[in-house]
Design a binder for this molecule. Structure first.
Ligand SMILES: CC/C=C\C/C=C\CCCC/C=C/C(=O)SCCNC(=O)CCNC(=O)[C@H](O)C(C)(C)COP(=O)(O)OP(=O)(O)OC[C@H]1O[C@@H](n2cnc3c(N)ncnc32)[C@H](O)[C@@H]1OP(=O)(O)O
Length: 298
């Protein structure tokens, strides 16, 4: 197997003070006083490899301990996606995790705790952009879900084209448990997979599905033992790549158009709602208690 890492991507990912890269915007300097805590450095957090033979890249999320989606991390993912999208030989990307038993625990909650208005706005815009990139990319996308996949984690997996998950983990949208609400575009992408009622019910309860229930409902496509998830994702990717790229991508565009149109017309209002809602004292209290409960479960 011929593997090479994308020098350009690594280079970009290491230089992370100016964000976001987002296509439609110019870069903005970050208030770096609020960098969120992680056990990994920015350079270690995202590893990209490319297999020339299969024409498939792997995006390995390694922001320990739980791949919490901080502004810097989302920006790295976004830059990497853009680079892969522009790499003509690349046809697919597998998204995998280097965190034990966690694919992604969602947004880094620290981003929402006592945020500066400036950073909060950049954070949400960057997340919106990253989601749109992933949801509409020409690349075939497969999520190799080797652990829990919660809220923002489900944002990533549900934006992909195919999902393979390990048994006995949790997946879904639990935002209400934190006193917050998933944005309509994330809800839509889950609804596209599991239908209206299951989405409404799980959203209102903050219910996380077991891997097995997720398979039954269509929130994931396969459940295989944890040590086989990546291999299965690679095998499924190879099968998917037998379909001509442009026809596959046009079909995806056709199926996702309504969600994308709704997103584009609602994203400004969504941003305003987010930046007004998060700093509210009542929301801050609930988020704070949630973080405390995570820490005290040990
Ligand atoms: C009207 C509406 C207007 C506006 C909308 C507003 C907001 C919309 C946002 C919606 C979009 C998405 C939101 C989100 O993603 S919020 C995040 C939701 N995620 C979770 O609830 C997951 C929480 N984590 C867990 O349940 C467990 O950590 C997990 C993943 C099951 C792993 O368990 P375990 O292996 O036992 O690990 P620990 O729990 O010990 O965690 C290790 C360490 O990580 C910290 N941590 C965990 N998750 C997060 C996180 N999401 N962000 C930041 N930090 C996290 C945890 O506290 C531990 O820290 P410690 O210091 O104790 O080591």
């Amino acid at each position: 197997m011929t593997m090479r890492s994308f020098g350009l991507i690594r280079q970009c990912c290491n230089a992370l003070v100016r964000v976001p890269l987002a296509r439609e915007k110019s870069p903005v300097s970050l208030p770096i006083s609020h960098l969120s805590r992680s056990l990994t450095t920015a350079a270690e957090a995202l590893k990209i490899t490319y297999d020339e033979k299969s024409e498939v890249a792997t995006m390995h999320l390694c922001r320990k301990p739980v791949n919490g989606l901080s502004l810097e991390f989302i920006t790295q993912i976004s830059i990497a996606l853009e680079k892969l999208e522009n790499e003509r030989s690349c046809r697919g990307v597998i998204i995998s995790s280097g965190c034990d038993n966690v694919f992604c625990a969602g947004l880094d909650i620290n981003e929402m705790l006592r945020p500066t208005p400036e950073r909060l706005e950049i954070f949400w815009k960057t997340l919106q952009d990253m989601w749109l990139q992933l949801f509409t990319t020409r690349l075939m996308t497969v999520a190799a879900i080797t652990g829990h996949c919660i809220a923002g984690g489900c944002l990533i997996s549900s934006a992909c084209d195919h999902r393979v998950m390990a048994p006995n983990f949790k997946i879904g949208l639990n935002e209400v448990k934190l006193g917050i609400v998933a944005p309509f575009w994330l809800v839509d992408s889950v609804k596209n997979l599991i239908g209206y009622r299951q989405t409404e019910w799980s959203l209102m309860k903050g219910h996380l599905f077991s891997s097995e229930d997720a398979l039954r409902l269509g929130l994931v496509d396969k459940v295989v033992p944890q040590d086989q998830v990546v291999l299965q994702a690679e095998a499924d990717m190879a099968e998917w790549l037998q379909v001509p790229d442009s026809a596959r991508h046009l079909s995806k565009t056709l199926m996702r158009r309504d969600t994308v149109v709704r997103f584009r017309s609602g994203r400004e209002a969504d941003l305003k709602t987010f930046v007004n809602y998060i700093p509210k004292e009542s929301i801050q209290k609930t988020l704070h208690s949630y973080v405390e409960s995570l820490k005290s479960k040990k």
